[in-house]
Design a protein around this ligand. Structure first.
Ligand code: PNS
Length: 157
């Protein structure tokens, strides 16, 4: 059984993230979405809230599981027997960052292989930060996030 981990801050999950997770789930036997802390970002949602928002949108895909933990991604992978990392790519800026992360993770765990999936074209502009900013100024976000996420963002702001 080939497992893959899809890590991110998912604060909150967007249609872009869900697209990547579901496409990965059509290739790997199991995809574990790992909700993690990115120390460079301040969060709007707790890890538990982020997990719940994702779970509600992955009910229809039986081989997707959602977890959260703090610490090094590669430590978790070692304990769970996971060697594949999934990352989504929107722009060349994403590529530079993800390429660096892939090398770093490989240095930490030799068997870790990173798979970079280009975003579907219609989601190439979507990011959690952009959605939060749009919402804070009263802009429409229903094109970018599912209904439960839209409602959760509006409750926070
Ligand atoms: O969605 P993001 O914010 O781009 O996700 C970044 C994330 C959470 C995947 C990254 O910060 C991460 O892997 N954090 C866990 C700690 C870790 O293993 N860092 C890599 C080596 S320093």
């Amino acid at each position: 059984m080939t497992k893959a981990i899809y890590p991110g801050s998912f604060d909150p999950v967007t249609y872009g993230h869900l697209d990547i997770a579901k496409r990965a789930a059509s290739i790997f036997d199991e995809v574990i979405i790992a909700v993690m802390i990115n120390p460079k970002k301040t969060g709007m949602f707790s890890l538990e809230e982020r997990v719940a928002l994702i779970e509600e949108n992955c009910k229809d895909t039986s081989n997707i599981r959602v977890v959260s933990f703090e610490g090094l991604l590669t430590n978790y992978m070692k304990t769970q027997g996971i060697k594949a990392i999934i990352k989504g790519l929107r722009t060349t800026t994403d590529y530079e960052y993800e390429f660096q992360m892939a090398l770093l993770n490989k240095r930490l765990f030799e068997q870790a292989e990173t798979f970079l999936l280009p975003t579907s074209e219609k989601y190439s502009l979507v990011s959690s930060s952009m959605v939060k900013e749009m919402a804070s100024f009263g802009g429409p976000i229903c094109e970018y996030v599912p209904r439960n996420v839209e409602q959760a963002i509006h409750k926070k702001i």
